[in-house]
Write a protein that binds this ligand. Structure first.
Ligand SMILES: Cc1ncc(C[n+]2csc(CCOP(=O)(O)OP(=O)(O)O)c2C)c(N)n1
Ligand SMILES: [Mg+2]
Length: 817
């Protein structure tokens, strides 16, 4: 529906079939994997406005699309042609801004939060953010005495506010546009910002969409003003976009852009720095006029207009700034990562398109990591020659890939985060070829573990069977995972059979990722599909249906032996649950009367197994979401919970941040009020952030908080046992609080259990007795490691399976990081 004209030497694009359509691309355009002149993140006016040349259309092959943050109307019946010259651009900018005339910067932000569908914000107060905070107050005149559209939640510190927003964003159901909502945080300058660095880094690592809005010292303040911090510099490396506004007039664009960037491509956090005076600045006619008049054209004098850091200005959409119409196009972000966008004809919507502007290599790389091009690449193992093709039903390389899938005798799917959006499509694909499916930590539940093809979690603490089978597989289909070292073991020993099969044209590696930069980053793929997991599965499922309709012979399955092998391995190598001997102990009751009772100590594994059993038995697993901290308890939960739904395990998978479980579970409950949200936390992790119990109590958020207390940072303690001759340092939590009393002091119901005999009953009460109020369970457990553990530096199949047996003798430098 849209598209830009191209200048000299620039790529031309056909209009998208729809705003969310699939595009194709000529091979000449992406030979050798080099793509030029493609800005997937450009936003321009509608195609009529730009006047696409019919010949260019005919020659063109593809367009890649990112989706807009706001619904796009089809161009038919669209409003008037947009401006074609600078004056018109200025006028239309002024017209758009006048919608917000009379509001302060803070008022515009609040309005834009509402426009972007935000209904809850977590945060913390501070002088620099007072004007924005005030907007949330229910007595603020903007609410006309009604309840505010946005629920404001005060946390105990900004760090938790960030984790809550992340938990919200990671677990929330999709919005009408098919994408996750962003979690939103409001905080003050200086320490407010620095407290947010960990959640921002966590969110960028795990691809969680977040919009973080922080106050800043006034633009007139000196650089060393009280609580001023170089917020944009601090947050730039851990955000997709970090920007300090220069005028309240920018805010309508900045806010839409912030949500767009956070929620599109590979999702992630954005940061907006809000000087206090600009939060108070009123967008009046004069400001609108002066802002609109300041619009410049990017052309040959582009350098003049660049401020070298972050920029925001309308610019010329013609290639190289030479010829072409002047459109209402805006540029935000760093020069090398800037993203161009524009409002449509009536200036009410952002549209995403691409354009013929020449891009630098960095810009191309950035753009291609945010917008899948739907191209499949094939590497010939003999000649190393690369070919590529459009990724579409019936294309040559898709046909070849299908043949390989059909031929393989030992195929295995590694499902990563990219499968979380498409569990049905994944199951359809796996069933069609009878391929077993292993999942990464990020994708637990993307394949229902109750199904017979499920292999459960793969990797360092994965189940033994998927680890063994990965190494034996002749074809590895990795969908939406980056081959992180946590799932591969020693890289040069990874997937030897698939590598051999690739050389013999009977297998290899199919890698699907929406980031082109992941191609051959860790593993040289036989096929690389630059696409989303969902699109990959849609196309392969459609190709399969077509082939089988044409030839029923295609329906034959070659994996029967392979599946028998799977079930045999699973029987031989289950994940073990440590049990302790039963002891007879003497207890004294309140009246001082002694009696003997049988007591069996618990392990993290036995507690999680009992929880899992009861939830499954009650038929409630689909209605549960779990968060974890980082440590043994996290891996035990990953191994032993029967995952049935994607986004059911909310954990810090990439950064491995302790202390997130409480914030995450609050965010999960805020986004999924009807679900049972349970945090499975470790004592060390919980100790980091338990101040957030205040938020739980104050807001009466009915979450279930389980603390697996082994008085230790057990994961690291075990490494010290294996790799440092039991010299334990910094890992023992000898003085943990009495967690029950701690909960009690906030008025939160609490339970305690330290033995298997009482576990069943206590667990039942914890899970089912109080659906509408928060409950804390202090489970006192013994120290047990989480096994299997792939020995560091060892191949994936080389696992420590039993405690005691395989300890010691490892190279200390090989300890996991
Ligand atoms: C913020 C942070 N600091 C340090 C670490 C390193 N680390 C990984 S696991 C772990 C121990 C976790 O202890 P606990 O939460 O009690 O879990 P357990 O292993 O005992 O189940 C540590 C210190 C980390 N991942 N995150
Ligand atoms: Mg612990």
């Amino acid at each position: 529906m849209l598209l830009a004209a191209a200048g000299n030497n620039a790529a031309a694009f056909v209009p998208a079939k729809s705003a969310f359509g699939i595009q194709s691309k000529s091979s000449s355009f992406f030979n050798n994997g080099i793509v030029r002149n493609r800005d997937q993140a450009l936003f321009v006016l509608n195609e009529d406005a730009i006047g696409i040349d019919a010949n260019a259309k005919a020659k063109a092959d593809t367009e890649i699309l990112s989706t807009p943050s706001i619904t796009i109307e089809e161009s038919a019946g669209r409003v008037t042609a947009p401006p074609r010259d600078l004056n018109a651009a200025r006028k239309s900018t002024a017209a758009y801004l006048s919608k917000y005339q009379g509001l302060t910067g803070a008022g515009i932000i609040y309005t834009k939060l509402v426009e972007n569908g935000v209904n809850v914000v977590n945060g913390y107060s501070g002088g620099a953010v007072l004007p924005l905070l005030d907007q949330f107050h229910q007595d603020h005149p903007r609410h006309n005495g009604e309840s505010p559209a946005i629920r404001w939640i005060t946390n105990s510190n900004e760090n938790s506010a960030g984790h809550i927003a992340e938990g919200y964003a990671k677990s929330a159901p999709k919005l009408a546009d098919g994408k996750q909502p962003a979690g939103v945080v409001v905080a003050t300058s200086g320490p407010g910002v620095t407290n947010l660095i960990t959640p921002l880094q966590d969110a960028i690592c795990d691809g969680a969409p977040m919009v973080v809005l922080c106050g800043q010292a006034a633009t007139t303040a000196p650089s060393d003003a009280f609580q001023a911090a170089p917020a944009v510099d601090l947050t730039r490396p851990c955000t997709k976009w970090s920007y300090k506004i220069k005028s309240a007039a920018e805010l309508p664009y900045v806010m839409d852009y912030a949500f767009f960037i956070a929620r599109n491509g590979r999702q992630g956090p954005v940061f907006v720095d809000l000087p206090k005076d600009l939060q108070n600045q009123v967008l009046d006619e004069d400001l609108i006029d002066s802002y609109s008049a300041g619009i410049a054209i990017k052309g040959n004098d582009a350098a003049e207009n660049y401020d070298g850091v972050a920029r925001f200005m309308p610019l010329h959409s013609g290639a190289n700034g030479d010829e072409g119409p002047t459109d209402h196009v805006l540029h935000l972000g760093l020069p090398d990562k800037g993203i161009l966008f524009s409002m449509d004809g009536d200036n009410s919507k952002i549209e995403s398109i691409k354009d013929g502007i020449n891009l630098s290599d960095d810009e191309v790389k950035f753009a291609l990591d945010h917008n899948p091009a739907n191209i499949v690449y094939n590497r010939d193992p003999d000649t190393a020659e690369q070919t590529s093709d459009e990724f579409a039903v019936g294309s040559k390389l898709v046909g070849k890939m299908y043949n390989l899938l059909h031929k393989a005798k030992k195929p295995l799917i590694v499902a990563g985060m990219g499968c979380n959006e498409c569990p049905e499509e994944l199951m359809q694909f796996a069933k069609a070829f009878q391929i077993p499916v292993a999942t990464t930590l990020h994708a637990l539940g993307a394949y229902d573990e109750r199904d017979e093809l499920a292999l459960n979690m793969v990797g360092m603490h994965g189940h033994p069977t998927p680890n063994f089978m990965t190494q034996e597989a002749d074809l590895v289909i990795c969908i939406g995972s980056r081959f992180d070292d946590r799932i591969t073991g020693r890289m040069d020993a990874y997937i030897p059979e698939a590598r051999k099969a690739a050389a013999e044209y009977r297998g290899g590696v199919i890698h699907v990722d929406l980031r082109l930069s992941q191609k051959a980053e860790q593993v040289e793929p036989t096929y690389f599909v630059h696409s989303t997991g969902k699109h990959f599965l849609d196309i392969m499922n459609a190709e399969t249906a077509k082939r089988r309709q044409e030839d029923p012979e295609e329906d034959t399955i070659n994996t029967a032996e392979w599946l028998k092998h799977k079930w045999a391995l699973e029987e031989e190598y289950p994940v073990k649950v440590p049990h302790f001997p039963t002891e007879t102990i003497v207890t004294t009751d309140d009246d001082g009367i002694e009696s003997e009772v049988q007591r069996t100590k618990m392990s993290a594994q036995s507690v999680v197994t009992e929880m899992n059993r009861q939830i499954l038995q009650a038929g409630k697993m689909d209605d549960c979401i779990f968060s974890t901290g980082v440590g043994i308890h996290q891996m035990v939960a990953a191994q032993l919970i029967t995952w049935t739904q994607p986004k059911q395990m909310i954990s810090s998978g990439s950064l491995g941040t302790m202390g997130v479980a409480l914030g995450f579970v609050i965010g999960c409950k805020l986004a999924n009020g009807h679900k049972m949200c349970i945090s499975v936390d470790g004592d060390g992790s919980f100790n980091m952030t338990f101040t957030e119990l205040k938020t739980v109590a104050e807001q009466n958020i009915p979450v279930k908080l389980m603390i697996l207390d082994n008085e230790s940072q057990m994961m690291v303690e075990y490494w010290q046992r294996l790799f440092h001759d039991e010299r334990y340092l910094a890992v023992t939590n000898t003085v943990n609080p009495n967690y029950g009393m701690l909960a009690q002091s906030f008025g939160i119901k609490n339970l305690y259990c330290d033995n298997e005999e009482e576990l069943k009953e206590v667990m039942h009460e914890f899970l089912f007795a109080d659906p509408d109020e928060p409950v804390l369970l202090h489970a006192r457990i013994e120290k047990t490691p989480c096994l299997p553990l792939v020995a560091p530096g060892a191949p994936l199949q080389d696992m420590i399976l039993e405690d005691l047996e395989s300890e010691g003798g490892f190279d200390p430098s090989a300890a996991p990081s």
